[in-house]
Design a protein. Structure first.
Length: 340
């Protein structure tokens, strides 16, 4: 299943400069890529401890201790809608239309059931998944009425929870899919950080063959599986890939196991010139296609045979989705998915 397509291991090159002529687009995207609120606010809390405002840091740390388990109970539901709408407005207002990922609907998602949405590929920063499932940039709630999405991340600091994200651990996902009201959808970037090591422009390589936890999750709750593919996700940055038998790749994998993220060598265009090096993404289109749901029965203790069966159905549905939409999204007919 899946054949070779695109470039081999080495330097993947993506070019594109149109769409960045608007200064607001440059400024907003630069801040989006380079501002790390977790680090900033952590340093702020530490700094305030040594000032006359030390009580603010103490109160915050007490609250953090008492509320530590919240990420394992889904997102902060009372604010996720407002956060999604705010994020969508920012993307629509400040990003050039050619930079904001598009959303393509291929089938209805009835709100009378729950869903486990598999998002592919990871790319460098999951731009397609973020824009379409975290924000309302493309009016997801209007295209799929009654569906409450909860994208999962490895950790869910509170600024991300405000946007509706949740921890991707089992306890958190079980909590969301066990809610009494139907229409819950957890969106998981199945390939995870490992898949970012294959984010080569022109290639469509997915870490999926041995990723079956999301299928077990769907079986435990009887939630339908939904394949999603973001065409162009790997094309917005240049990328240096290393052979899987090299010491550089081994270092990347080791750091990923320890730190839960994969260190990558990537670069885009500069802030002021399309010909300069920088960390702004190239103005390449991203199209996120939502596939048809795959019905899954509820099995509290699914067997390995059942897991393998629905995992294979999912891989086949994802490959079919890719083949049906690749040419309309600018992917050559000779290119196919590669499963690792």
């Amino acid at each position: 299943m899946g054949g070779a397509g695109g470039r081999g291991v080495g330097v993947g090159v993506a070019q594109g400069g149109a769409g960045w002529n608007d200064p607001a687009s440059k400024t907003h995207a630069f801040c989006f890529l380079n501002f790390h609120p977790g680090l900033f606010f952590s340093l702020l809390v530490l700094f305030l401890l040594f000032t006359s405002f030390w009580s603010i840091s103490v109160l915050y740390l007490v609250w953090l201790f008492l509320d530590w388990d919240t990420p394992n109970q889904g997102e902060c539901g009372w604010t996720c809608t407002q956060g999604a709408e705010m994020g969508g407005q920012c993307l629509q207002r400040f990003f050039h239309p050619s930079l904001c990922p598009k959303l393509v609907k291929t089938a209805e998602l009835p709100p009378d059931r729950n869903y486990v949405v598999g998002c592919h590929p990871h790319g460098i920063m999951c731009m397609g998944t973020f824009c379409n499932f975290v924000t309302e940039a493309n009016n997801f709630s209007k295209q799929f009425p009654g569906i409450q999405t909860s994208p999962g991340v490895v950790t869910a600091p509170y600024l991300l929870m405000y946007a509706g994200l949740c921890s991707v651990n089992r306890r958190s996902l079980d909590f969301i899919l066990s809610k009494p009201q139907p229409g819950q959808a957890v969106a998981i970037v199945v390939g995870g950080a490992h898949e970012s090591l294959f984010a080569i422009p022109g290639m469509h390589c997915l870490v999926l063959r041995n990723r079956k936890g999301f299928v077990r999750l769907a079986l435990r709750h009887g939630a339908s599986l939904v394949p999603v593919y973001s065409f162009g996700e790997n094309d917005i940055f240049n990328f240096k890939a290393f052979p899987t038998n090299s010491w550089q790749y081994l270092c990347q994998i080791t750091i990923k196991k320890i730190m839960k993220f994969s260190p990558c060598i990537f670069w885009g265009r500069g802030l002021f010139s399309a010909d300069s090096w920088g960390l702004l993404p190239f103005a390449k289109p991203i199209t996120t296609v939502v596939g048809r749901p795959i019905p899954v029965p509820q099995r509290l203790n699914p067997t390995e045979e059942e897991v393998d069966h629905y995992h294979m159905l999912y891989m086949e549905a994802l490959e079919q989705l890719f083949e049906e939409h690749k040419e309309s999204c600018g992917v050559p007919a000779s290119t196919h998915l590669i499963f690792k």
